[in-house]
Design a protein around this ligand. Structure first.
Ligand code: HEM
Length: 148
């Protein structure tokens, strides 16, 4: 289960469910030289924050071990990793969401091995949408660990 947590963290880094988080500036502010007036609609591009090469080593590679012995968590305190957003409007369902994801994946892996129909690699390209989705729907063949 320890490694599964790292895998989920890394999956949410590479494929955050909310790619663009909408918000509005409450006061005049300045972000890295960009003047932002009050009440401006802003979109936080989580996808690119999570793949920023200045912040992440080998940003496009799936490396769950990067979160091993790493204090970074889901709470949005560290702005380079914000799969659940951050601040007052951050996701209130973090614990519930993580529990569901972990239980579902742990069960799928406990009962079955999985392979692609033709043994091909997974196509991880994303489609366009408000929330993340796979460009090509996932198709897998389950192989039971237990004979009936
Ligand atoms: C893996 C699962 C989930 C992910 C990745 C996720 C992600 C997010 C993100 C990115 C936001 C926007 C945060 C922001 O604006 O800064 C959000 C908001 C929200 N989420 Fe989740 N969420 C998940 C599960 C859940 C669950 C299980 C619930 C409720 C049971 C939930 C309830 C909400 C609500 C109510 C908001 C709006 C909060 C507000 O605007 O004040 N989420 N979530």
């Amino acid at each position: 289960m320890g490694y599964l947590k790292l895998v989920v963290k890394e999956s949410l880094r590479l494929h955050p469910s909310g790619v663009l988080i909408p918000g509005q500036s409450s006061t005049i502010t300045n972000v890295k030289g960009y003047h932002i007036p009050a009440k401006t609609r802003v979109l936080i591009n989580v996808w690119s924050v999570h793949r920023d090469p200045k912040e992440w080593e080998k940003p496009d590679e799936f490396i769950p071990e990067r979160f091993l012995n790493n204090p970074i968590d889901f709470k949005g305190q560290d702005f380079k990793y914000i799969p659940f957003g951050s601040g007052r409007r951050g996701c209130p369902g973090i614990s519930f969401g993580m529990a569901i994801v972990e239980i579902a994946i742990a069960n799928l892996l406990y009962w079955f091995d999985w392979k692609t129909p033709g043994g091909e690699d997974l196509d991880m390209r994303e489609g366009f949408g408000v929330t993340v989705n796979k460009k090509i729907p996932l198709e897998l063949v389950p192989i039971s660990h237990f004979s009936s």
